[in-house]
Design a protein around this ligand. Structure first.
Ligand code: PLP
Length: 421
């Protein structure tokens, strides 16, 4: 019996369809933008202040400071902590590029830790072996919407007298033991890049901190270290949050929790559908640490056996968008060759880079679309099992019950919209 792959419908399913989120908010957003335009307060100003207050409350910290991007938030955090030449910062290799460039831009050395294969987040056992007298900061990344093990990382930092900067770019609303990310370490760094769970209409970022001694420094550093006007206390940068972005984010913020709940429901539904289709025995489905509130910025499966790129091409032909976060560990990137890493140095990172595939998980994704995603993946494995004439594998993938009508093989390729990071 052949397994149907739910590709009979030709409607594309994008990895992230922002239009569905934005269309109902269009009027509200345009009104908010018009107000900013009429006010003439384009840089920082009341919309940014309002967002900073809401954000601080949401993260349960006394201070939130808007800035121009998540990349700048990381840079500013390390600047505020005095990271510079000769210092080392330990961070995962399996993350977006700018987690590491915040370090190198200050003349410090990124020291890459491997990941926990279950959660894709920085492995504290490896971090423990990397701490030296030069280490200044531990920089965990709450990847794909799930917190790193903040208890173990916090303990290592306390023992060695190190600061902790949390990269929360993908994890707004995530919690570790009920504590919001961004409120656990010394500084939290958030991104409002449009693909994030709270995305602006352009770039934006936010810093959070519990530390009263850091807040003025962060505020100064994001605006040329200037106070009062044309008197510069510190050598800062220009990284002010744009009022138009803040206005958009202020409109969107009240919906964040409902969007997060929808992402969580979609993740649970994938789990059910994959299990029902027998694919949990073939794929590595994402694991949630029970101590973490996962907010599912990405739903990332593992595709063992070297089949990831073929599966991705198959899904693209069925007009289903996917992405590879990330095809290389940072220690494997050309620009970081000077750091001297060799193949095999971070085996879990390197394995993940070969296996991972992100599937659509955005809040407005429908159950029918999820069924089609899973059905198409089932179709891929069934056809590749048949091609390999492996009755054993083929038999292990029963046709999912939710697929009822006969299928048409995917035959039309579709440009998959790229998400940058
Ligand atoms: C883990 C991580 N860190 C940092 C960033 C940088 O944020 P931004 O794009 O706002 O500069 C991103 C995403 O873009 C990210 O995913």
């Amino acid at each position: 019996m052949s397994l149907p792959d739910a590709s009979q419908t030709t409607q594309p399913i994008q990895l992230l369809d922002l239009g569905r989120q934005h269309r109902p908010l269009r009027q509200q957003v345009l009104e908010a933008l018009a107000q900013v335009y009429d006010s003439g307060a384009f840089v920082l100003g009341p919309e940014v202040k309002k967002l900073e207050i809401t954000f601080a409350q949401y993260c349960r910290v006394p201070h939130a400071i808007g800035c121009a991007s998540g990349s700048d938030a990381l840079l500013l955090a390390l600047m505020a902590l005095g990271v510079g030449q000769g210092d080392e910062v330990i961070l995962p290799s399996f993350t977006f590029f700018s987690t590491a460039t915040a370090v190198t831009r200050l003349g410090a050395r990124p020291v890459f830790a491997d990941i926990d294969p279950q959660t894709f987040t920085m492995d504290p056992r490896h971090v423990a072996r990397l701490i030296t007298a030069r280490t200044k900061v531990l920089l965990p990344v709450h990847l794909f919407g799930q917190c790193a093990d903040m208890e173990a990382i916090g303990r290592l930092a306390a023992e060695a007298g190190l600061a902790v900067v949390e990269d929360c770019a993908q994890s707004i609303g995530a919690q570790w033991d009920g504590q919001p990310c961004g409120s656990i370490g010394d500084i939290g760094c958030f991104s409002f890049y449009p693909t994030k769970n709270l995305g602006g209409a352009g770039d934006g970022g936010m810093l959070t901190t519990r530390r009263d001694d850091l807040v003025e420094r962060l505020r100064l550093l994001r605006a040329h270290g200037m106070e009062p006007r044309y008197y510069h206390k510190l050598i800062g940068i220009n990284s002010r949050l744009d009022s138009f972005q803040a206005a958009v984010l202020n409109v969107k913020f009240p919906y964040l929790e409902q969007w997060t709940t929808a992402r969580q429901a979609n993740a649970a539904r994938y789990q059910e559908l994959f299990t029902h289709a027998g694919l949990d025995r073939i794929l590595g489905l994402p694991q949630t640490n029970p101590r973490c509130r996962h907010v599912w910025n990405q739903y990332v499966i593992r595709t063992p056996g070297g089949k990831r790129d073929a599966l991705r091409a198959y899904l693209a032909e069925a007009k289903i968008g996917t992405e590879i976060y990330y095809p290389l560990g940072l220690h494997q990137q050309e620009c970081f060759q000077f750091l001297g890493y060799r193949p095999g140095d971070l085996p879990e990172t390197e394995r993940a880079a070969q296996e991972v595939l992100a599937l659509p998980i955005f809040p407005e994704l429908t159950p029918a679309e999820q069924e089609r995603v899973v059905g198409t993946i089932a179709g891929f494995y069934r056809s590749s099992a048949a091609a390999a004439a492996s009755p054993q594998t083929s038999a292990s993938i029963p046709p999912p019950k939710f697929l009822q009508s006969p299928q048409v093989a995917p035959n039309q390729s579709v440009p998959v919209r790229r998400q940058a990071d």
